[in-house]
Design a protein around this ligand. Structure first.
Ligand code: AMP
Ligand code: MG
Length: 520
Protein backbone atom coordinates (compact mmCIF):
# COMPACT_ATOMS: atom_id res chain seq x y z
CA UNK A 1 0.00 0.00 0.00
CA UNK A 2 1.65 3.18 -1.22
CA UNK A 3 0.48 6.67 -0.37
CA UNK A 4 2.02 9.93 -1.48
CA UNK A 5 2.55 11.60 1.87
CA UNK A 6 3.01 15.36 1.92
CA UNK A 7 2.71 16.73 5.45
CA UNK A 8 2.52 20.50 5.59
CA UNK A 9 0.55 21.47 8.71
CA UNK A 10 2.86 19.79 11.17
CA UNK A 11 6.00 20.79 9.25
CA UNK A 12 5.22 24.44 8.67
CA UNK A 13 3.59 25.36 11.95
CA UNK A 14 5.03 25.26 15.45
CA UNK A 15 4.46 22.07 17.43
CA UNK A 16 4.25 21.43 21.13
CA UNK A 17 7.71 20.84 22.66
CA UNK A 18 6.28 18.45 25.23
CA UNK A 19 6.04 14.95 23.82
CA UNK A 20 4.33 13.08 26.67
CA UNK A 21 0.66 12.35 26.31
CA UNK A 22 -0.90 13.95 29.36
CA UNK A 23 -3.62 16.56 29.54
CA UNK A 24 -2.35 20.10 29.63
CA UNK A 25 -2.68 23.62 28.32
CA UNK A 26 -0.58 23.75 25.16
CA UNK A 27 0.81 27.20 24.55
CA UNK A 28 2.76 28.63 21.60
CA UNK A 29 1.90 25.66 19.39
CA UNK A 30 -0.65 24.60 16.80
CA UNK A 31 -0.51 20.87 17.61
CA UNK A 32 0.94 18.12 19.81
CA UNK A 33 2.45 14.84 18.65
CA UNK A 34 0.47 11.85 19.86
CA UNK A 35 0.00 8.32 18.56
CA UNK A 36 -3.35 6.56 18.25
CA UNK A 37 -4.23 4.03 20.89
CA UNK A 38 -3.98 0.35 19.92
CA UNK A 39 -7.36 -1.35 19.89
CA UNK A 40 -8.05 -4.85 21.14
CA UNK A 41 -9.85 -6.37 18.19
CA UNK A 42 -10.14 -4.02 15.21
CA UNK A 43 -12.61 -4.93 12.51
CA UNK A 44 -13.25 -2.94 9.36
CA UNK A 45 -16.97 -2.30 8.92
CA UNK A 46 -17.30 -0.04 5.91
CA UNK A 47 -15.18 1.77 3.34
CA UNK A 48 -16.17 4.58 1.01
CA UNK A 49 -14.92 3.23 -2.30
CA UNK A 50 -14.86 6.76 -3.67
CA UNK A 51 -12.66 8.14 -0.91
CA UNK A 52 -10.39 5.17 -1.41
CA UNK A 53 -9.83 6.26 -5.00
CA UNK A 54 -9.50 9.91 -4.00
CA UNK A 55 -6.43 9.15 -1.92
CA UNK A 56 -4.96 6.86 -4.56
CA UNK A 57 -5.72 3.43 -3.11
CA UNK A 58 -7.25 0.38 -4.78
CA UNK A 59 -9.83 -2.16 -3.66
CA UNK A 60 -6.97 -4.62 -3.10
CA UNK A 61 -5.29 -2.13 -0.77
CA UNK A 62 -8.52 -1.89 1.17
CA UNK A 63 -8.59 -5.61 1.87
CA UNK A 64 -5.01 -5.72 3.11
CA UNK A 65 -4.04 -6.17 6.74
CA UNK A 66 -2.17 -2.87 6.49
CA UNK A 67 -5.25 -0.87 5.65
CA UNK A 68 -7.03 -2.07 8.76
CA UNK A 69 -3.95 -1.41 10.90
CA UNK A 70 -3.31 2.11 9.60
CA UNK A 71 -6.90 3.29 9.61
CA UNK A 72 -7.95 1.82 12.92
CA UNK A 73 -4.92 3.38 14.58
CA UNK A 74 -2.99 0.19 15.30
CA UNK A 75 0.07 1.03 13.25
CA UNK A 76 1.65 4.29 12.20
CA UNK A 77 2.33 4.55 8.47
CA UNK A 78 6.05 4.67 7.73
CA UNK A 79 7.74 8.06 8.20
CA UNK A 80 4.61 9.77 9.43
CA UNK A 81 4.05 11.51 12.75
CA UNK A 82 0.46 11.68 14.02
CA UNK A 83 -0.66 14.71 15.98
CA UNK A 84 -3.64 16.38 17.61
CA UNK A 85 -4.50 20.00 16.83
CA UNK A 86 -4.80 22.76 19.39
CA UNK A 87 -7.90 24.92 19.18
CA UNK A 88 -10.34 26.74 21.40
CA UNK A 89 -13.90 27.74 20.86
CA UNK A 90 -17.11 29.42 21.83
CA UNK A 91 -19.52 26.72 22.98
CA UNK A 92 -23.22 27.63 23.11
CA UNK A 93 -22.26 31.31 23.10
CA UNK A 94 -19.53 31.25 25.75
CA UNK A 95 -15.77 31.23 25.46
CA UNK A 96 -14.62 27.77 26.55
CA UNK A 97 -10.84 28.23 26.38
CA UNK A 98 -8.67 25.42 25.06
CA UNK A 99 -10.55 22.48 23.53
CA UNK A 100 -8.46 20.85 20.79
CA UNK A 101 -8.55 17.40 19.23
CA UNK A 102 -9.60 15.48 22.32
CA UNK A 103 -10.20 12.29 20.40
CA UNK A 104 -9.16 13.06 16.85
CA UNK A 105 -5.66 12.22 15.73
CA UNK A 106 -4.33 13.47 12.42
CA UNK A 107 -2.39 10.78 10.60
CA UNK A 108 -0.86 12.54 7.61
CA UNK A 109 -1.63 14.50 4.47
CA UNK A 110 -1.83 12.71 1.13
CA UNK A 111 -1.45 14.26 -2.30
CA UNK A 112 -3.26 12.53 -5.13
CA UNK A 113 -4.34 13.98 -8.48
CA UNK A 114 -3.30 17.42 -7.27
CA UNK A 115 -5.67 17.19 -4.36
CA UNK A 116 -4.56 17.37 -0.75
CA UNK A 117 -6.27 15.15 1.82
CA UNK A 118 -5.62 15.33 5.52
CA UNK A 119 -6.62 12.03 7.12
CA UNK A 120 -7.74 11.95 10.69
CA UNK A 121 -8.92 9.21 13.04
CA UNK A 122 -11.84 10.05 15.31
CA UNK A 123 -12.11 8.00 18.47
CA UNK A 124 -8.45 6.96 18.45
CA UNK A 125 -7.67 7.58 22.10
CA UNK A 126 -6.55 10.22 24.53
CA UNK A 127 -4.57 13.30 23.59
CA UNK A 128 -3.28 16.31 25.55
CA UNK A 129 -6.67 17.89 24.70
CA UNK A 130 -8.92 15.15 26.06
CA UNK A 131 -9.75 17.12 29.23
CA UNK A 132 -11.90 14.85 31.39
CA UNK A 133 -13.03 12.52 28.59
CA UNK A 134 -11.73 9.21 27.24
CA UNK A 135 -10.72 10.04 23.67
CA UNK A 136 -13.00 7.36 22.26
CA UNK A 137 -16.08 7.20 20.05
CA UNK A 138 -18.94 4.73 19.86
CA UNK A 139 -20.45 2.74 17.02
CA UNK A 140 -23.65 4.78 16.71
CA UNK A 141 -21.92 8.14 16.28
CA UNK A 142 -19.39 6.62 13.90
CA UNK A 143 -22.09 5.15 11.63
CA UNK A 144 -23.78 8.55 11.65
CA UNK A 145 -20.61 10.45 10.77
CA UNK A 146 -19.47 8.01 8.09
CA UNK A 147 -22.82 7.83 6.27
CA UNK A 148 -23.75 11.47 6.62
CA UNK A 149 -20.51 13.00 5.49
CA UNK A 150 -20.53 10.90 2.33
CA UNK A 151 -24.24 11.62 1.77
CA UNK A 152 -23.65 15.36 2.15
CA UNK A 153 -20.90 15.24 -0.43
CA UNK A 154 -23.23 13.65 -2.95
CA UNK A 155 -25.90 16.22 -2.18
CA UNK A 156 -23.37 18.85 -3.24
CA UNK A 157 -22.90 20.28 0.24
CA UNK A 158 -19.33 21.29 1.20
CA UNK A 159 -18.22 18.76 3.78
CA UNK A 160 -15.45 16.73 5.31
CA UNK A 161 -15.49 13.15 4.01
CA UNK A 162 -15.16 9.70 5.53
CA UNK A 163 -12.82 7.00 4.25
CA UNK A 164 -13.81 4.17 6.53
CA UNK A 165 -14.82 3.09 9.95
CA UNK A 166 -13.96 0.14 12.08
CA UNK A 167 -14.99 -1.37 15.36
CA UNK A 168 -12.25 -1.23 17.96
CA UNK A 169 -13.30 -4.31 19.90
CA UNK A 170 -13.22 -2.18 23.06
CA UNK A 171 -16.15 -1.18 25.21
CA UNK A 172 -16.89 2.46 25.80
CA UNK A 173 -19.04 3.82 28.61
CA UNK A 174 -21.62 6.44 27.65
CA UNK A 175 -24.64 8.03 29.29
CA UNK A 176 -26.55 8.54 26.05
CA UNK A 177 -29.13 11.07 27.25
CA UNK A 178 -27.04 12.44 30.13
CA UNK A 179 -29.68 11.27 32.57
CA UNK A 180 -27.71 9.03 34.88
CA UNK A 181 -27.94 5.82 32.86
CA UNK A 182 -24.42 5.03 31.76
CA UNK A 183 -23.90 1.80 29.85
CA UNK A 184 -21.22 0.13 27.77
CA UNK A 185 -21.35 0.51 24.00
CA UNK A 186 -19.18 -0.76 21.17
CA UNK A 187 -16.20 1.48 20.44
CA UNK A 188 -15.41 2.53 16.88
CA UNK A 189 -12.90 4.60 14.92
CA UNK A 190 -13.77 6.68 11.85
CA UNK A 191 -11.10 7.76 9.42
CA UNK A 192 -12.23 11.08 8.05
CA UNK A 193 -10.71 13.21 5.34
CA UNK A 194 -10.68 16.85 4.32
CA UNK A 195 -8.37 19.32 2.63
CA UNK A 196 -7.73 20.49 6.16
CA UNK A 197 -9.41 20.24 9.55
CA UNK A 198 -8.52 23.77 10.68
CA UNK A 199 -11.41 25.44 12.50
CA UNK A 200 -12.31 28.99 13.56
CA UNK A 201 -11.19 27.85 17.01
CA UNK A 202 -7.58 27.27 15.88
CA UNK A 203 -7.32 31.04 15.35
CA UNK A 204 -9.30 31.93 18.45
CA UNK A 205 -7.03 30.06 20.84
CA UNK A 206 -3.91 31.82 19.53
CA UNK A 207 -5.57 35.23 19.70
CA UNK A 208 -6.82 34.57 23.22
CA UNK A 209 -3.25 33.83 24.29
CA UNK A 210 -1.99 36.90 22.44
CA UNK A 211 0.26 34.67 20.45
CA UNK A 212 0.17 36.93 17.42
CA UNK A 213 3.20 35.55 15.68
CA UNK A 214 1.80 32.03 15.51
CA UNK A 215 -1.61 33.45 14.66
CA UNK A 216 -0.09 35.09 11.61
CA UNK A 217 1.76 31.91 10.66
CA UNK A 218 -1.48 29.95 10.82
CA UNK A 219 -3.36 32.54 8.76
CA UNK A 220 -0.58 32.64 6.16
CA UNK A 221 -0.46 28.85 6.03
CA UNK A 222 -4.24 28.59 5.56
CA UNK A 223 -4.31 31.24 2.84
CA UNK A 224 -1.31 29.80 1.06
CA UNK A 225 -2.69 26.27 0.80
CA UNK A 226 -6.44 26.69 0.80
CA UNK A 227 -7.16 30.20 -0.44
CA UNK A 228 -4.65 30.52 -3.28
CA UNK A 229 -6.98 33.01 -4.97
CA UNK A 230 -5.98 35.59 -2.34
CA UNK A 231 -3.01 37.48 -3.74
CA UNK A 232 -3.13 40.71 -1.75
CA UNK A 233 -0.51 41.53 0.85
CA UNK A 234 -0.21 43.10 4.27
CA UNK A 235 -3.39 43.73 6.22
CA UNK A 236 -5.54 43.51 3.10
CA UNK A 237 -4.62 39.84 2.83
CA UNK A 238 -6.33 39.06 6.15
CA UNK A 239 -9.35 41.14 5.23
CA UNK A 240 -9.67 39.23 1.98
CA UNK A 241 -9.29 36.03 3.97
CA UNK A 242 -12.18 36.93 6.26
CA UNK A 243 -14.24 37.90 3.21
CA UNK A 244 -13.63 34.53 1.60
CA UNK A 245 -14.34 32.57 4.80
CA UNK A 246 -17.56 34.57 5.12
CA UNK A 247 -18.56 33.70 1.56
CA UNK A 248 -17.81 30.00 1.99
CA UNK A 249 -19.68 29.94 5.30
CA UNK A 250 -22.74 31.53 3.69
CA UNK A 251 -22.55 29.07 0.84
CA UNK A 252 -22.40 26.10 3.23
CA UNK A 253 -25.33 27.29 5.33
CA UNK A 254 -27.50 28.00 2.28
CA UNK A 255 -26.86 24.39 1.26
CA UNK A 256 -27.85 23.19 4.74
CA UNK A 257 -31.12 25.11 4.53
CA UNK A 258 -31.70 23.74 1.04
CA UNK A 259 -31.45 20.09 2.01
CA UNK A 260 -32.92 20.50 5.50
CA UNK A 261 -29.76 19.70 7.45
CA UNK A 262 -29.50 20.85 11.05
CA UNK A 263 -25.94 20.68 12.35
CA UNK A 264 -26.91 20.75 16.00
CA UNK A 265 -23.68 22.10 17.54
CA UNK A 266 -22.43 25.11 15.62
CA UNK A 267 -19.83 26.03 18.22
CA UNK A 268 -16.86 27.90 16.77
CA UNK A 269 -14.66 24.84 17.30
CA UNK A 270 -17.02 23.03 14.92
CA UNK A 271 -16.74 25.64 12.16
CA UNK A 272 -14.30 24.72 9.43
CA UNK A 273 -12.14 27.58 8.19
CA UNK A 274 -12.71 26.12 4.71
CA UNK A 275 -16.49 26.34 4.97
CA UNK A 276 -16.94 22.57 5.20
CA UNK A 277 -19.58 20.85 7.26
CA UNK A 278 -17.51 19.34 10.06
CA UNK A 279 -18.06 17.33 13.26
CA UNK A 280 -21.16 15.27 12.69
CA UNK A 281 -22.60 14.94 16.18
CA UNK A 282 -26.24 15.42 17.15
CA UNK A 283 -27.17 16.58 13.64
CA UNK A 284 -30.52 15.82 12.09
CA UNK A 285 -32.64 16.21 8.98
CA UNK A 286 -35.82 18.19 8.86
CA UNK A 287 -38.79 15.99 8.44
CA UNK A 288 -41.71 18.31 9.13
CA UNK A 289 -40.68 21.79 7.97
CA UNK A 290 -40.11 23.69 11.21
CA UNK A 291 -37.75 26.59 11.84
CA UNK A 292 -37.75 25.83 15.56
CA UNK A 293 -36.56 22.27 15.24
CA UNK A 294 -33.27 21.04 16.63
CA UNK A 295 -32.29 17.40 17.00
CA UNK A 296 -29.92 18.24 19.86
CA UNK A 297 -31.58 17.69 23.23
CA UNK A 298 -28.54 19.24 24.93
CA UNK A 299 -29.72 22.46 23.27
CA UNK A 300 -33.44 21.90 23.86
CA UNK A 301 -33.89 24.80 26.23
CA UNK A 302 -32.60 27.71 24.16
CA UNK A 303 -32.58 26.04 20.75
CA UNK A 304 -29.60 28.16 19.80
CA UNK A 305 -28.77 25.83 16.94
CA UNK A 306 -32.29 25.28 15.59
CA UNK A 307 -32.86 25.07 11.82
CA UNK A 308 -34.09 28.64 11.46
CA UNK A 309 -31.19 30.08 13.48
CA UNK A 310 -28.32 28.50 11.55
CA UNK A 311 -27.80 31.51 9.25
CA UNK A 312 -27.62 33.89 12.21
CA UNK A 313 -25.21 31.64 14.10
CA UNK A 314 -22.97 31.50 11.03
CA UNK A 315 -22.66 35.27 11.32
CA UNK A 316 -22.18 35.19 15.09
CA UNK A 317 -19.34 32.73 14.64
CA UNK A 318 -17.74 34.90 11.96
CA UNK A 319 -17.71 37.79 14.46
CA UNK A 320 -15.67 35.58 16.77
CA UNK A 321 -13.31 34.76 13.94
CA UNK A 322 -13.00 38.45 13.07
CA UNK A 323 -12.08 39.20 16.69
CA UNK A 324 -9.41 36.55 16.50
CA UNK A 325 -8.01 38.02 13.27
CA UNK A 326 -8.06 41.58 14.63
CA UNK A 327 -4.40 41.56 15.78
CA UNK A 328 -3.39 40.97 12.15
CA UNK A 329 -5.40 43.96 10.93
CA UNK A 330 -5.49 46.29 13.94
CA UNK A 331 -8.45 48.17 12.56
CA UNK A 332 -11.98 47.15 13.44
CA UNK A 333 -13.76 49.16 10.75
CA UNK A 334 -12.94 47.07 7.67
CA UNK A 335 -13.52 43.83 9.61
CA UNK A 336 -16.89 45.14 10.72
CA UNK A 337 -17.77 46.08 7.15
CA UNK A 338 -17.15 42.55 5.92
CA UNK A 339 -19.46 41.16 8.56
CA UNK A 340 -22.14 43.75 8.02
CA UNK A 341 -22.52 42.47 4.47
CA UNK A 342 -23.23 38.96 5.69
CA UNK A 343 -26.96 39.35 6.09
CA UNK A 344 -27.54 40.94 2.72
CA UNK A 345 -25.38 38.37 0.92
CA UNK A 346 -26.99 35.50 2.77
CA UNK A 347 -30.47 36.67 1.81
CA UNK A 348 -29.54 36.98 -1.85
CA UNK A 349 -28.11 33.46 -1.91
CA UNK A 350 -31.00 32.07 0.08
CA UNK A 351 -33.60 33.59 -2.24
CA UNK A 352 -31.76 32.31 -5.30
CA UNK A 353 -31.66 28.87 -3.78
CA UNK A 354 -35.35 28.83 -2.83
CA UNK A 355 -36.28 30.16 -6.24
CA UNK A 356 -34.43 27.24 -7.78
CA UNK A 357 -36.12 24.77 -5.42
CA UNK A 358 -39.44 26.13 -6.68
CA UNK A 359 -38.30 25.84 -10.28
CA UNK A 360 -38.88 29.55 -10.89
CA UNK A 361 -36.84 31.58 -13.35
CA UNK A 362 -37.92 35.10 -12.54
CA UNK A 363 -36.93 36.58 -9.23
CA UNK A 364 -39.62 39.24 -9.56
CA UNK A 365 -42.43 37.15 -8.18
CA UNK A 366 -40.46 34.63 -6.22
CA UNK A 367 -39.85 36.49 -2.90
CA UNK A 368 -43.54 36.74 -2.22
CA UNK A 369 -44.14 33.11 -3.22
CA UNK A 370 -41.26 31.97 -1.00
CA UNK A 371 -42.34 33.85 2.10
CA UNK A 372 -45.95 32.71 1.68
CA UNK A 373 -44.82 29.14 1.26
CA UNK A 374 -42.72 29.25 4.45
CA UNK A 375 -45.91 30.09 6.32
CA UNK A 376 -48.19 27.48 4.73
CA UNK A 377 -45.61 24.75 5.16
CA UNK A 378 -45.92 25.23 8.91
CA UNK A 379 -49.72 25.08 9.16
CA UNK A 380 -49.71 21.31 9.29
CA UNK A 381 -46.71 19.03 9.62
CA UNK A 382 -45.34 18.79 6.08
CA UNK A 383 -42.34 16.74 5.05
CA UNK A 384 -39.71 19.08 3.64
CA UNK A 385 -37.98 16.61 1.32
CA UNK A 386 -41.12 15.00 -0.06
CA UNK A 387 -42.89 18.32 -0.57
CA UNK A 388 -40.17 19.82 -2.75
CA UNK A 389 -39.50 16.63 -4.65
CA UNK A 390 -43.15 16.17 -5.52
CA UNK A 391 -43.58 19.83 -6.34
CA UNK A 392 -41.65 19.02 -9.49
CA UNK A 393 -44.68 17.02 -10.67
CA UNK A 394 -46.91 20.08 -10.87
CA UNK A 395 -48.00 21.17 -14.35
CA UNK A 396 -48.83 24.71 -15.35
CA UNK A 397 -52.35 23.72 -16.23
CA UNK A 398 -53.10 21.96 -12.96
CA UNK A 399 -55.85 23.39 -10.82
CA UNK A 400 -54.85 24.30 -7.26
CA UNK A 401 -56.94 21.33 -6.16
CA UNK A 402 -55.04 18.73 -8.18
CA UNK A 403 -51.76 20.46 -7.35
CA UNK A 404 -52.51 19.88 -3.65
CA UNK A 405 -53.22 16.24 -4.43
CA UNK A 406 -49.80 15.90 -6.03
CA UNK A 407 -47.98 16.96 -2.88
CA UNK A 408 -50.41 15.36 -0.43
CA UNK A 409 -47.98 12.54 0.30
CA UNK A 410 -45.87 15.12 2.19
CA UNK A 411 -48.56 15.72 4.85
CA UNK A 412 -48.09 13.84 8.11
CA UNK A 413 -51.78 14.31 8.96
CA UNK A 414 -53.66 14.52 5.64
CA UNK A 415 -56.96 14.76 7.54
CA UNK A 416 -55.85 18.18 8.83
CA UNK A 417 -55.80 19.60 5.31
CA UNK A 418 -59.28 21.05 5.26
CA UNK A 419 -61.03 24.33 6.06
CA UNK A 420 -58.67 27.28 6.56
CA UNK A 421 -55.51 25.22 6.03
CA UNK A 422 -56.80 23.90 2.73
CA UNK A 423 -57.74 27.43 1.65
CA UNK A 424 -54.24 28.66 2.44
CA UNK A 425 -52.74 25.88 0.36
CA UNK A 426 -55.22 26.63 -2.42
CA UNK A 427 -54.21 30.31 -2.39
CA UNK A 428 -50.56 29.49 -2.42
CA UNK A 429 -50.89 27.10 -5.34
CA UNK A 430 -52.99 29.49 -7.34
CA UNK A 431 -50.27 32.14 -6.97
CA UNK A 432 -47.57 29.64 -7.79
CA UNK A 433 -49.42 28.33 -10.85
CA UNK A 434 -50.02 31.88 -12.04
CA UNK A 435 -46.26 32.52 -12.02
CA UNK A 436 -45.50 29.21 -13.70
CA UNK A 437 -47.81 30.15 -16.57
CA UNK A 438 -45.79 33.31 -17.24
CA UNK A 439 -42.51 31.42 -17.47
CA UNK A 440 -40.85 30.01 -20.54
CA UNK A 441 -39.88 26.55 -19.29
CA UNK A 442 -42.00 23.54 -20.15
CA UNK A 443 -43.28 21.42 -17.28
CA UNK A 444 -40.77 18.78 -18.21
CA UNK A 445 -37.80 21.14 -18.28
CA UNK A 446 -38.76 22.67 -14.97
CA UNK A 447 -39.08 19.27 -13.35
CA UNK A 448 -35.67 18.30 -14.63
CA UNK A 449 -34.11 21.39 -13.06
CA UNK A 450 -35.95 20.94 -9.79
CA UNK A 451 -34.87 17.33 -9.50
CA UNK A 452 -31.26 18.46 -9.56
CA UNK A 453 -31.71 20.62 -6.49
CA UNK A 454 -34.49 18.92 -4.51
CA UNK A 455 -33.11 15.56 -3.35
CA UNK A 456 -35.30 12.52 -3.35
CA UNK A 457 -33.29 10.71 -0.67
CA UNK A 458 -31.65 12.10 2.44
CA UNK A 459 -30.31 10.35 5.53
CA UNK A 460 -33.43 10.70 7.62
CA UNK A 461 -32.76 10.37 11.31
CA UNK A 462 -34.62 7.08 11.61
CA UNK A 463 -32.76 5.56 8.66
CA UNK A 464 -29.40 6.09 10.35
CA UNK A 465 -30.88 4.65 13.54
CA UNK A 466 -32.08 1.48 11.75
CA UNK A 467 -28.58 0.99 10.37
CA UNK A 468 -27.13 1.50 13.85
CA UNK A 469 -29.54 -0.99 15.46
CA UNK A 470 -28.57 -3.61 12.86
CA UNK A 471 -24.86 -2.85 13.19
CA UNK A 472 -25.09 -3.22 16.93
CA UNK A 473 -26.29 -6.77 16.31
CA UNK A 474 -23.45 -7.41 13.88
CA UNK A 475 -25.41 -6.89 10.66
CA UNK A 476 -23.80 -4.24 8.45
CA UNK A 477 -25.85 -4.64 5.27
CA UNK A 478 -28.05 -1.64 5.82
CA UNK A 479 -25.02 0.60 6.23
CA UNK A 480 -23.94 -0.30 2.73
CA UNK A 481 -27.47 -0.07 1.34
CA UNK A 482 -27.82 3.48 2.67
CA UNK A 483 -24.34 4.36 1.49
CA UNK A 484 -25.21 3.20 -2.04
CA UNK A 485 -28.63 4.87 -1.99
CA UNK A 486 -27.22 8.20 -0.86
CA UNK A 487 -24.58 8.26 -3.58
CA UNK A 488 -27.37 9.30 -5.96
CA UNK A 489 -29.73 11.40 -3.90
CA UNK A 490 -31.23 13.22 -6.90
CA UNK A 491 -31.84 10.14 -9.06
CA UNK A 492 -35.01 8.09 -9.07
CA UNK A 493 -34.04 4.70 -7.65
CA UNK A 494 -37.12 2.47 -7.97
CA UNK A 495 -35.46 -0.36 -6.02
CA UNK A 496 -35.11 1.95 -3.07
CA UNK A 497 -38.52 3.61 -3.26
CA UNK A 498 -39.18 2.57 0.34
CA UNK A 499 -36.70 5.22 1.46
CA UNK A 500 -38.79 7.94 -0.13
CA UNK A 501 -41.12 7.98 2.82
CA UNK A 502 -42.06 10.13 5.73
CA UNK A 503 -40.61 9.37 9.14
CA UNK A 504 -42.57 6.46 10.59
CA UNK A 505 -44.58 7.17 13.73
CA UNK A 506 -42.42 4.94 15.93
CA UNK A 507 -39.49 7.25 15.25
CA UNK A 508 -41.26 10.47 16.22
CA UNK A 509 -39.97 10.59 19.79
CA UNK A 510 -37.34 7.90 19.75
CA UNK A 511 -33.82 8.46 21.04
CA UNK A 512 -31.46 8.59 18.09
CA UNK A 513 -34.24 9.57 15.70
CA UNK A 514 -35.64 12.82 17.00
CA UNK A 515 -33.62 13.14 20.16
CA UNK A 516 -29.86 13.20 20.15
CA UNK A 517 -27.39 14.49 22.65
CA UNK A 518 -23.75 15.45 22.31
CA UNK A 519 -22.82 12.05 23.76
CA UNK A 520 -20.95 10.21 21.03
P1 AMP B 1 -17.75 18.39 20.06
O1 AMP B 1 -18.74 19.44 20.52
O2 AMP B 1 -18.26 17.01 20.06
O3 AMP B 1 -17.18 18.76 18.74
O4 AMP B 1 -16.54 18.35 21.12
C1 AMP B 1 -16.06 19.46 21.82
C2 AMP B 1 -14.70 19.17 22.40
O5 AMP B 1 -14.74 18.03 23.25
C3 AMP B 1 -13.62 18.90 21.38
O6 AMP B 1 -12.43 19.46 21.86
C4 AMP B 1 -13.53 17.38 21.37
O7 AMP B 1 -12.28 16.93 20.97
C5 AMP B 1 -13.80 17.06 22.83
N1 AMP B 1 -14.37 15.71 23.00
C6 AMP B 1 -15.61 15.28 22.66
N2 AMP B 1 -15.75 13.99 23.00
C7 AMP B 1 -14.60 13.58 23.55
C8 AMP B 1 -14.11 12.34 24.09
N3 AMP B 1 -14.87 11.26 24.15
N4 AMP B 1 -12.85 12.32 24.57
C9 AMP B 1 -12.06 13.40 24.53
N5 AMP B 1 -12.45 14.58 24.06
C10 AMP B 1 -13.70 14.68 23.57
MG1 MG C 1 -15.93 19.30 17.68
Amino acid sequence: MKLQIDDTFRKELPGDKVLENHRRQVVDACFSYVEPKKTSNPKLIHISDEMLQEIGLTKEDATSEDFLKFFSGNQVYENTHPYAMCYGGHQFGNWAGQLGDGRAINLFEVLHNNQRWALQLKGAGETPYSRSADGLAVLRSSVREHLCSEAMFHLGVPTTRSLSFSLSGDKVMRDVMYNGNPAYEKGAVVCRAAQSFIRFGNFEILASRENHQTLQLLADYTINYFYPEITSEGKQKYLDFLTEVRNRTIDMIVHWQRVGFVHGVMNTDNMSILGLTIDYGPYGWLEGFDYQWTPNTTDAQHRRYRYGNQPYIGMWNLYKLANALYPLVEDATPLQKILEEYEKLYLIEYENMMQAKLGLLSSEDSSEIISQLEKVLQLSETDYTIFFRNLGNINKNDTPENAINKIEFAFYNPEEIKGEIKNEWGNWFSNYLKVLKTEALSDEERKKNMNLINPKYVLRNYMAQLAIDDADKGDYELIDELYQLLKKPYKEQPNYEKWFAKRPEWARNKIGCSMLSCSS
